[in-house]
Ligand binder design. Structure first.
Ligand SMILES: Cc1cc2nc3c(=O)[nH]c(=O)nc-3n(C[C@H](O)[C@H](O)[C@H](O)COP(=O)(O)OP(=O)(O)OC[C@H]3O[C@@H](n4cnc5c(N)ncnc54)[C@H](O)[C@@H]3O)c2cc1C
Length: 461
């Protein structure tokens, strides 16, 4: 067998599974079709860690409750920002009983730190609230993280502990063979004893179609608008409107909010519903708009074929980031039992250090520059990011290989100039580090070439 375990898909779930399994003496590879991990939905989302208090499903509530505790610990261990800011949940129709219902569910699920708050206390807590309401559910637990940073941390530690990340390989087929599987990608064929398929809605045939086809996909779309306002909110604010439509406002930084509108049908009619929030957004303050589609199924680890060596993660859920680490630990337990694995003696549960200039004192910065002059060469003037930080992001285990990969790992290009002054510098550094022509450097995927050709044939650009 080429591998003991093959993990399919390098989103937050695949990376978390790779991290949990990398502590064992087994030969593991993860296959991801993108140039980077967490390049899909695990990057484009509202970045909220839910605590289960909002969930109507007991199974999901309990997974979220476990997940938030694991994420808090992991963020501390990996030095990933974890901002516990709390959330307020409103219901447009306060007489419907939905608020009391949700509150009693959270009590039933044993979720502490959740209460109903009313009138004065509500507006004292959130003085700039733009919703007229008498009461809300307040959860002190809800937090904001960077799901991308968390997924990359999982992946880096997994790589350091021997997991082989096969990027740019698309799984096209899985077949059973004697005592295992043959997984075919667009580049290779691999055999393995166990497949863990984390790819949502995959297009190839797999063993679990029976269970998957029974799941009803309730499609929803979401638009996310980032706006810059002076009167920023303190808390994550969620307003349930009707029929599962809702509006979420997430204060992602001191002067920026990320606003998501979830709706069932067409966008324009439903946008009128949350108009009370959207009306204050000026066109020029919108930095980014995108839509994503997802279904609201409960998550399920389908281990009905575990004896043959096949596990599949089924379902998409609005809180999949929050529950990813709990799902990964459940899979770890299943693998432990089914493969009878032993722990590595030399396992390193630590992420390699990074130097983030904007978080360092002058003395610390000077010390690093004295060791490596490239840390003294500032590439991004908006966010004060040095050449040394960019090179580190490329040379790390599973380092950046695209312009977006560098931006997401370092924060370069996310300042006021939106990358206009540093994009070309990132391209040149990537080309130099990867020993490629600048013409072959891509933004984030195979078909996202940035420079299409030279206008003058200089030897260097
Ligand atoms: C708009 C939106 C907002 C959200 N907000 C939140 C939130 O605030 N909090 C929260 O907890 N959750 C949130 N979620 C849910 C969460 O972001 C996603 O469900 C989660 O990131 C999915 O992770 P994943 O690993 O299952 O899938 P993905 O991130 O989609 O990863 C799957 C990977 O498989 C790869 N792949 C696909 N096909 C193949 C193939 N054939 N071969 C090899 N690789 C393949 C893809 O390239 C991808 O990298 C949100 C979701 C959406 C859509």
């Amino acid at each position: 067998m080429d591998y003991d375990v093959l993990i399919l898909g390098g989103g937050i779930i695949g990376c978390a599974v790779a991290y949990e399994l990398s502590k064992y003496n087994i030969n593991i590879a993860l296959i991801e079709k993108g140039y980077d991990v967490a390049n899909d939905i695990s990057f484009a989302n509202t970045a909220v860690v839910y605590d289960g208090s909002e969930s109507y499903s007991s199974q999901m509530a309990l997974l979220e409750k476990r997940g938030i505790n694991i994420i808090r610990k992991h963020c501390k261990k990996f030095n990933v920002r974890y901002n516990k800011i709390g959330s307020l949940r409103f219901f447009l129709d306060e007489s419907s009983g939905a608020l009391d219902n949700m509150y009693s569910n959270s009590k039933e699920h044993g979720i502490d730190g959740v209460r109903i708050i009313e009138n004065d206390e509500l507006y004292n807590m959130e003085p700039r609230l733009n919703i007229k309401a008498n009461k809300a559910i307040y959860s002190e637990n809800t937090a904001i993280i960077s799901p991308y940073n968390l997924a990359v941390s999982y992946a880096e530690i997994a790589v350091d502990n021997g997991v082989n990340f096969r990027l740019e390989e698309e799984v096209i087929d899985i077949k059973t063979i004697s005592k295992g599987f043959r997984v075919t990608t667009n580049k290779n064929k691999f055999t393995c004893k166990l497949v863990i398929n984390t790819i949502p809605n995959e297009s190839f045939n797999d063993m679990c179609n029976t269970v998957a086809s029974e799941m009803k996909n309730k499609k929803m779309k979401c638009i996310i608008v980032r706006k810059s306002i002076n009167d920023n909110l303190n808390k994550i604010v969620i307003e349930d409107i009707e029929d599962g439509n809702s509006m979420i406002t997430v204060p992602i930084s001191e002067n920026e909010n990320l606003i998501g509108v979830k709706f069932n049908n067409n966008l324009s009619s439903k946008l009128e519903l949350p108009e009370n929030i959207l009306k204050n957004i000026k066109r020029e303050s919108i930095v980014n708009i995108f839509t994503e589609v997802y279904s609201e199924n409960d998550m399920l680890i389908d281990d009905s074929n575990l004896e043959e060596g096949y596990i599949k993660i089924i379902g998409n859920h609005y809180a999949k980031i929050s529950i990813a680490p709990a799902i990964a630990q459940d899979i770890e337990n299943k693998v432990k039992i089914s493969m009878n694995v032993t722990k590595k003696k030399d396992y390193i549960d630590r992420k390699r250090e990074t130097y983030i200039f904007r978080e360092m004192t002058k003395d610390q910065i000077n010390r690093i520059i004295s060791l490596d002059k490239r840390y003294g060469n500032i590439i991004c003037n908006c966010n004060n990011i040095s050449e040394g930080e960019i090179i580190d992001s490329i040379r790390r285990p599973l380092g950046a290989r695209t312009v977006e990969g560098v931006k997401r790992r370092t924060g370069i290009g996310l300042g006021n100039c939106n990358g206009s002054s540093c994009n070309i510098k990132i391209i040149k550094i990537l080309a130099r580090e990867m020993n490629k022509s600048v013409l072959n450097i891509v933004d984030d995927s195979m078909d996202s070439q940035i420079l299409v050709g030279r206008i003058k044939e200089f030897n260097e650009i």
